[in-house]
Design a protein around this ligand. Structure first.
Ligand code: PMP
Ligand code: GLN
Length: 375
């Protein structure tokens, strides 16, 4: 019997394949199509000639752990012990999976907020937990009344994602306060804070669980170098948690991957010594603004985008097809691939909203929007 009877192939695999098969411009799966910083490439080449080809220590290369701890201190004024509170992972996906496997017991309830990133629910099920899926409001911000009412003695964890994929929304200070209150009121409750887009927010800086003294003691914060340095294929990220939680996470990690790719760790440790991540928001803001301006004359309705590299649009003025079918049509007939939002909702709730990735060079964005404006 399947352990995941209701899970098929991910929408990212499906849409990227359809885009490739139909020769469409791929604005579906989230990955940049422009070159990586040449400095990172030259450091990587240098590191290949060094003695960095054997197993790294289980939790990560000491120099990378030190650099990540410095990055967190610089950006959030939180001091993290590199040896006790940090773990280098094979992308945020593994950090999330390993955290859930380590901290969720059979029968524990885990709250996820829909539309939710697709790797959360399967990990909860495989851990023997019970996913409790709660819809975000229509504006994709949390409905705290419903969330509060859903927490009970069995609730072990709430998974938050801010800045939010797929909507591009960023939480307000009042949302963080509500989360703090929830954690204070419920002794057993942990937060898995998925902050892979932590450095990609536009009008205002996103608020991190790192910055809250209440949240940081009860949270596992997860991030991804894939997003921060345009290297999604490297599959490298990290988790930050108080020592007592991290001890449990490391117990699983050591048998899940043991340790992460050594060359990538060595290169990132060197690169982080000279890199400023605070420019990333401005870099992507330019792309967001270009994409939104180019889309103005289309019949798609642009929804707010405050962070991430995703723009959601409402297509109900164009078609009444469900969003999965509409994305297929968009790809095969109009030559632009997108992601339907319904696949991230419980029961595939369809609101005629799709997601475009604007982490692309200018030429690609111009070409794609020319096609989209003709529909
Ligand atoms: N969480 C969210 C919200 C994501 O969008 C992604 C993928 N981009 C991940 C986790 C996984 O990140 P990674 O590619 O580092 O595994
Ligand atoms: N996170 C990426 C997105 O939202 C996809 C990553 C993947 O394909 N697993 O598009």
């Amino acid at each position: 019997m399947s352990k995941l009877p209701n899970i098929g192939t991910t929408i990212f695999t499906t849409m990227s394949k359809l885009a490739a098969d139909s020769g469409a411009i791929n604005l579906s799966q989230g990955f940049p199509n422009f070159p990586v910083d040449p400095k990172l490439i030259s450091i990587l080449k240098e590191q290949v000639d060094e003695n960095v080809h054997q197993y790294m220590p289980m939790a990560g290369s000491p120099s990378l752990l030190t650099q990540v701890s410095a990055l967190i201190e610089k950006n959030y004024t939180r001091k993290v012990s590199p040896s006790e509170e940090l773990l280098i992972t094979a992308g945020a996906t593994q950090a999330i999976f390993t955290t859930i496997l380590a901290l969720v017991n059979k029968g524990d309830e885990v709250i996820i907020l829909d539309p939710s990133y697709d790797c959360y629910e399967p990990a909860i099920i495989l851990a023997g937990g019970i996913p409790i899926r709660i819809s975000l409001n229509e504006d994709f911000l949390p409905n705290w009344d419903v969330i509060e009412k859903s927490v009970n003695q069995s609730t072990r964890m709430i998974i938050t994602n801010n800045p939010h994929n797929p909507s591009g929304r960023v939480w307000a200070a009042s949302d963080m306060e509500k989360l703090e209150t929830l954690v204070k009121k419920n002794d057993r409750l942990l937060v898995l804070s998925d902050e892979v887009y932590e450095f990609i927010s536009f009008e205002s800086k996103h608020l991190s669980a790192h910055e809250s003294s209440v949240l940081r003691d009860r949270s596992v914060v997860v991030s991804s170098f894939g997003k921060t340095f345009h290297i999604t294929g490297w599959k490298i990220g990290y988790a930050v948690a108080p020592e007592s939680l991290m001890e449990e996470i490391k117990k699983v990690h050591q048998f899940n991957v043991f340790s992460v790719n050594s060359v990538a760790q060595a290169a990132l440790a060197k690169y982080l010594e000279h890199t400023d991540v605070t420019e990333l928001g401005a870099f992507y803001k330019e792309k967001r603004d270009l994409f939104r301006n180019l889309m103005r004359s289309s019949r798609f309705k642009l929804l707010p985008c405050e962070g991430t590299y995703f723009q959601t649009v409402d297509y109900s003025a164009i078609s009444q097809l469900d969003d999965v079918e509409f994305c297929k049509q968009l790809t095969t007939e109009y030559g632009v691939a997108a992601i339907p939002i319904s696949v991230f909702n419980a029961d595939g709730d369809d609101r005629k909203i799709i997601r475009f990735c604007f982490a692309k060079d200018e030429q690609t964005l111009i070409q794609a929007t020319e096609r989209l404006c003709k529909i």
